[in-house]
Design a protein around this ligand. Structure first.
Ligand code: AMP
Length: 628
């Protein structure tokens, strides 16, 4: 079938289409209704059916290919490498599940996972899925305040963590950050389960903290049956940044997610059971959830979990993994490719990469130079794919197998099956024509696998995502354009979210953190184009007391202090690349920050429409600060 027909069927007869796809997974009890869309924009898929993500990802394959590799844990930080077969993975997951149960975790309870990229993190996620607990993985690069807001929102009964992560051979202690976060939060977890990697000392809190290995030894032979869950029960919460300082808990279901991932592994990633998949992302992000842990395992593939840098011990490390484990499908981000491009090219040539069939890139715009360079180096198709934490799997890409459409440079592709993608004019809400810029929106119901709601806040879900136009459509908050052939191009966010090295950050969160410095009166943070990272955060601060910022040395010291505040509260991932000091910030007469104008000045562009500016002198101040 050609892709047009396939796509048309998926959006014109979604129930028929998805009922067929649902056969890809095991249902303990068949569903009664494919789709319940009686309360839009909420969509319930496969109502009445019971299934389990862990069963589909692990048990099913442990039965049919128990001795085949499932999880390949590689750390170039601690120089460890361990392959778990499907049977071994199942046993480790049952141990972790029994450990959680012994700590009082029950169906529907939340478990927060704050872990480095070690196999125990995947065991914990799958163990939650097995017993119907709801996991919330928080990226290890986030610090105390970010963690505390997530603890207060998810209210976990248990936190699973480790003594430390590691970066470039240097231990990054997690436990002190975690203790600080629990100190800051009003909700207190009953227990903290800690993997001790012997990288950093652990200060144990009596009665609360439990050692992973000690407890594991008590559950070596644990047999924990799968808890069958209704398709619309919640599998996990994953926090993501938005326009306010308060992150949104993207809530996902069980059955719809399993079906969506199973289908995408086939239609988009062409992954086959028995092959190896290697995604270089982190379990703290949605790619890690969908395409390190659940997707590849649901497809019966071996999945690589890699802790380390792409250039350590040298720039050949990823390619040595591809060769050794015969990776067929690899997933990364443009920033990582740009990092590799700066390295001598011989590293790639050193290894036999003949197993590799395609490289998938996502998370940020893929520029043509990067795409062409990696494509010629690897000699395989480079498949850009565009999606969000909210959707859980690609919205735009190039489907394999069902599609003769070729990739087009600079475009992540065409709408994937199930997504009714459109472009609307921001002001009028009218549909855009070819080559006309608009907001990328999706007509409801969203296909299976997409977010159910904002955790604990249905109203925020409706208000944030579905109330931006006269008609009720889901807004991606991305600008886009579509050419005559139906290929989309993504032109950046319409809101105050920025994308640093593929990591999504809210400028409001960074501003709130900077505001907590005692000498900050006002602050504006904008995303500025960067050759390597796509974007970086740049801050403009009005100091309360101008004195310390009156000399270059004073400004330098204050800049360092402010950066340290962000590091401590949010994590180095959110640290601005520069902090400039000004006496005025460009605002409208109604007091709204003119972020787009500030951003334009930072990028050497025209500041745009300034009819509503309060005081044009503010622009001169920004320019002067930048010229320094
Ligand atoms: P996240 O929710 O962290 O995955 O970030 C999602 C956002 O990243 C999207 O809304 C886009 O702004 C951006 N993004 C993701 N993938 C792509 C892509 N392939 N091309 C351009 N932008 C992308």
């Amino acid at each position: 079938m050609n892709y047009q027909d396939f796509y048309r069927q998926s959006v014109e007869q979604p129930e028929l289409f998805w009922a067929n796809e649902a056969r890809r997974i095991h249902w303990e009890k068949p569903f009664e209704t494919v789709l319940d869309h009686s309360r839009p924009p909420f969509a319930k898929w496969f109502v009445g059916g019971t299934t389990n993500l862990c069963y589909n990802a692990v048990d099913r394959w442990a039965e049919s290919q128990g001795d085949k590799p499932a999880l390949i844990g590689i750390s170039t930080e601690t120089n460890t490498e361990k392959v778990y077969s499907y049977s071994e993975l199942k046993q480790e997951v049952m141990r972790a599940a029994a450990m959680m149960q012994s700590l009082g975790v029950r169906k529907g309870d939340r478990v927060l996972i704050y872990m480095p990229m070690i196999p125990e993190a995947a065991f914990a996620m799958l163990a939650c899925a097995r017993i119907g607990a709801i996991h919330s993985v928080v990226f290890g690069g986030f610090a105390a305040n970010s963690l505390a807001t997530r603890i207060d929102d998810a209210k976990p009964v248990l936190i699973v963590s480790a003594d430390a992560g590691s970066r470039a051979g240097k231990a990054i202690p997690y436990k002190p950050l975690l203790d600080e976060a629990i100190g800051l939060s009003s909700h207190k977890p009953r227990h903290v389960l800690l993997v001790n990697r012997a990288l950093a000392p652990i200060a144990t809190v009596e009665g609360r903290d439990v050692d992973y290995e000690t407890l594991r030894e008590q559950h070596m032979h644990a047999q924990v049956p799968v808890t069958w869950l209704e398709s619309n029960d919640t599998s996990y919460i994953l926090y993501t940044s938005g326009t306010t300082g308060k992150p949104k808990g993207v809530q996902r279901d069980v059955g719809g997610y399993a079906v969506a991932l199973a289908a995408s592994m086939d239609y988009i990633f062409c992954g086959k059971a028995g092959e190896t998949y290697f995604s270089t992302s982190d379990i703290g992000w949605v790619v890690g959830h969908s395409y390190i842990v659940y997707g590849p395992l649901i497809a019966g593939m071996a999945t690589v979990m890699y802790e380390g840098l792409p250039i350590r011990p040298d720039a050949g490390i990823w390619w040595s993994i591809v060769e050794k484990y015969k990776v067929t499908r690899m997933f990364s981000a443009p920033t990582a490719v740009r990092v590799l491009k700066k390295q001598p090219p011989e590293f790639m040539k050193k290894y036999d990469l003949s197993s590799l069939k395609a490289l998938y890139l996502a998370g940020e715009p893929l520029d043509e130079t990067t795409s062409q360079w990696i494509s010629s180096e690897l000699g395989v198709p480079i498949i850009d794919n565009y999606w969000q934490t909210e959707t859980g799997w690609p919205i735009l890409s190039i489907a394999c197998g069902v599609q003769e459409k070729a990739t087009r440079l600079g475009s992540p592709g065409v709408p994937m099956y199930g997504y009714k993608v459109r472009l609307l004019n921001e002001a009028t809400g009218e549909e855009c024509g070819a080559n006309e810029k608009g907001v990328v929106v999706i007509d409801g119901p969203l296909p299976p696998g997409c977010m159910q709601t904002v955790y604990g806040d249905d109203e925020r879900f409706v208000k944030t995502y579905w109330s931006n136009f006269r008609q009720q459509v889901y807004s991606t908050f991305d600008w886009g354009i579509r050419d005559e052939d139906g290929y989309y191009f993504i032109l950046g966010r319409t809101d105050d979210v920025i994308n640093v090295a593929g990591h999504r950050l809210g400028t409001r969160e960074i501003e709130e953190s900077i505001s907590s410095h005692p000498n900050v009166s006002e602050v504006a943070v904008v995303g500025v184009e960067d050759k390597l990272k796509g974007q970086v955060a740049v801050a403009f601060v009005i100091p309360k007391n101008a004195e310390p910022a009156s000399t270059p040395e004073g400004r330098k010291a204050l800049e360092a202090e402010i950066m340290a505040v962000v590091d401590r509260q949010l994590g180095a991932v959110a640290r601005p690349s520069r902090v400039h000091f000004v006496g005025l910030l460009p605002k409208t007469r109604s007091g709204k920050l003119l972020r787009r104008s500030i951003q334009a000045l930072c990028e050497g562009r025209d500041p745009g429409d300034l009819t509503t500016i309060e005081d044009p002198a503010s622009l001169q101040q920004v320019k002067a600060a930048l010229a320094e």
